[in-house]
Ligand binder design. Sequence first.
Ligand code: DAK
Length: 256
Amino acid sequence: MSEVLDERREDGILLLRINRPEAKNALNQEVRRLLAELCSAAATDDTVKVVVITGNDAAFAAGADIKAMAEATPIELMLRRNHEQWQAIARCPKPVIAAVNGYALGGGCELAMHADIIIAGENATFGQPEVRVGIMPGAGGTQRLTRAVGKFKAMLYCLTGQTFTGREAFEMGLASKVVPDAEVLDAALEIAATIAKMPPLAIHQIKEVMLAGADAPLETALMLERKAFQMLFDSADQKEGMRAFLEKRKPSYRGS
Ligand code: DAK
């Protein structure tokens, strides 16, 4: 059976389930390859509106596969070109939602942070424990965790390897929403279904401007927002959305 199960749902949601229960969903080369491939394919598939990534009740992903890297040399790591696989997820233009139950450690926490929205189970276990096995976060943990929760909390977690719960992740601003463990996937799918019904061009522009703007000076970011805002007035969906409001009916969006 595949180590990432993909389910294309009729409501425009692509559901990706990491499937290595025997290894707490540790991310090996195959899982990373499949996630990258599926996210790249979703980028150009008009029928996919939102991607949801999840694991199982015990683990979202307990990190990179330690067995597969314990004896690696720097050159071997370089030749694995893992950063290109991570980039395929980060660059997916469709909204990505991480539905997190159980362990989201190391590369698993970093994978969740590649998403745009994180739905966490109350008792999920997040953390960057790489320091405890002699290394450091290598797929964005030092940077994305800092941007999400601030330097002082991020330093605490990266330097000690101490974990935190889904509720704590929510309270710190790492998770978008915290729900009872049993409701994580349903909550993520419900949000995904809401987004899937929105005008695709507006969704695409919101994601692109928010991510690009976060790395730009404020004035540049505001200009990006202004240009994208103005451009949307050339879309059929803008006319449809506003006319539907004025005519007191439901809009019907076409993605054009
Ligand atoms: N890798 C490999 N196997 C793992 C694993 C992992 N990260 N996590 C769990 N497993 C395996 C265990 O070895 C065990 O396998 P068997 O012994 O049954 O063969 C099985 O899953 C069940 O695990 P446990 O018996 O340990 O289960 P427990 O419930 O007792 O504990 C645990 C669950 C998640 C707390 C524990 O397994 C654990 O501490 N796991 C390691 C967590 C961790 O340290 N994660 C960070 C790994 S370092 C890179 C970018 C990023 C990275 C690397 C490179 N590049 C760009 C190159 C990221 C690095 C990391 O994530």
